[in-house]
Design a protein around this ligand. Structure first.
Ligand SMILES: Cc1cc2nc3c(=O)[nH]c(=O)nc-3n(C[C@H](O)[C@H](O)[C@H](O)COP(=O)(O)OP(=O)(O)OC[C@H]3O[C@@H](n4cnc5c(N)ncnc54)[C@H](O)[C@@H]3O)c2cc1C
Length: 339
């Protein structure tokens, strides 16, 4: 495994749990403190406008809620979630998908309920929201670290080694100049994946940014407003994590800089949407990071064309915290079928 972020860590854990005959190695690189998993907002819910994405997210959440070890590893907090769906979307199929996996969790709400119950302003009359009882947030960094600790305690070799090239064979060349051969190489290096594995140009990187603002949104748990692009969750007493979709594509992870204009726009949108102003217009902190995007979006194991035994496990597209538990289960089973 190349990469020990959330994706690589969970896949290593799944592989080891599925087979004790397999020798698994994680070459985790040296960037764990600055990767996407280290700073992710960790919002998790079952609903996504796309029913296929909803199935993976709801499977993940159902397994997480049912498994005391995963709850402890991830520090899951169940505070509920609201998703204001995009104009013209029909959320019914995704809501059914969630209901099959998390019975009684998701209900549809109309514009009146969104105004009265959540304080929304400026809504379309046909606005539809999905409220989920079983949703909230977790710590991707903690989940990643616990899975890697478990793997290391169960005969998975976890090394802070960086891979500088992925070769046919399959094999990898590491920063100390050594070449290591394997039956399969999975590149789960998040935003660092594209330069390691070309993959026909289907993988891109994108900056993701949020701020922590001194602001009170008393009726809100975790939320996404697909009309404005605003999302957030309570951060600590009196503060809220808030972000807006950005447009900085193909950024090199090392070149990411906070977009101060975007950080300011967040408060304009909150004022318009909820009629609320921050106690301090300057956020307590701005977190600017990145993720690997793929179209169609979603964390999946994919073979690399023309390179037998080489796979990628990335492409979470800003949302793998909510899908990684189920996606890693599927990826482990697909990989074991090829070995
Ligand atoms: C600011 C932000 C907020 C987010 N909020 C949410 C959210 O609320 N909900 C949600 O579902 N998702 C969210 N996400 C997305 C989610 O966190 C990511 O999709 C997920 O963490 C990606 O995990 P990963 O393992 O693919 O990548 P990463 O966490 O980036 O890990 C990649 C790893 O690869 C290693 N690596 C890199 N290069 C090499 C190399 N050459 N050799 C060896 N190892 C290497 C690095 O050390 C790193 O540890 C957010 C992301 C960001 C950035």
């Amino acid at each position: 495994m190349v990469g020990g972020g959330l994706a690589g860590a969970l896949l290593a854990w799944r592989l080891r749990e599925a087979s004790d005959r397999l020798r698994v190695e994680v070459l985790a690189g040296a960037r764990a403190t600055v990767d996407a998993s280290a700073v992710s907002g960790g919002l998790v819910r079952g609903f996504e406008p796309d029913p296929a994405a909803s199935a993976v997210a709801a499977d993940s959440l159902a397994e997480l809620r049912a498994d005391a070890r995963l709850r402890e590893w991830s520090g899951y907090r169940e505070i509920g979630s609201l998703y204001l769906t995009p104009s013209g979307a029909d959320p019914a199929e995704s809501v059914r998908t969630v209901a099959e996996r998390l019975p009684g969790s998701a209900v549809l709400v109309n514009a009146t309920r969104l105004r009265r119950g959540f304080g929304f302003r400026g809504l379309r009359e046909d606005a539809v929201g999905v409220v989920e009882r079983h949703a909230g947030y977790l710590s991707p960094a903690r989940l990643r670290d616990r899975a890697l600790d478990w793997a290391a305690a169960n005969e998975v070799e976890v090394a802070r080694t960086s891979v500088i090239a992925v070769r046919d064979g399959p094999a990898v060349r590491t920063s100390d100049g050594a070449e290591r051969r394997y039956d399969a190489v999975v590149v789960a290096a998040g935003a660092w994946t594209p330069p390691l594995v070309e993959h026909g140009g289907t993988l891109r990187t994108k900056q993701i940014q949020y701020g922590v603002y001194r602001i009170a949104l008393p009726d809100m748990g975790a939320f996404v407003d697909d009309d404005t692009g605003l999302y957030g969750r309570p951060w600590s007493e009196g503060t809220f994590l808030l972000g807006l979709g950005g447009d900085r594509w193909d950024v090199a992870p090392e070149a990411v800089e906070p977009d101060q204009a975007l950080a300011g726009r967040v408060l304009d949108v909150v004022r318009r949407r909820f009629g609320v102003t921050a106690r301090d217009p300057v956020p307590e902190r701005v977190v600017a990071s990145f993720d690997c995007y793929r179209s169609p979006a979603g964390l999946r194991l994919l073979p690399v064309d023309g390179r037998p035994g080489v796979f990628t496990f990335t492409g979470g597209s800003g949302g793998a915290a909510k899908t990684a538990v189920a996606a890693s289960r599927a990826a482990a089973s697909e990989l074991l079928n090829t070995l």
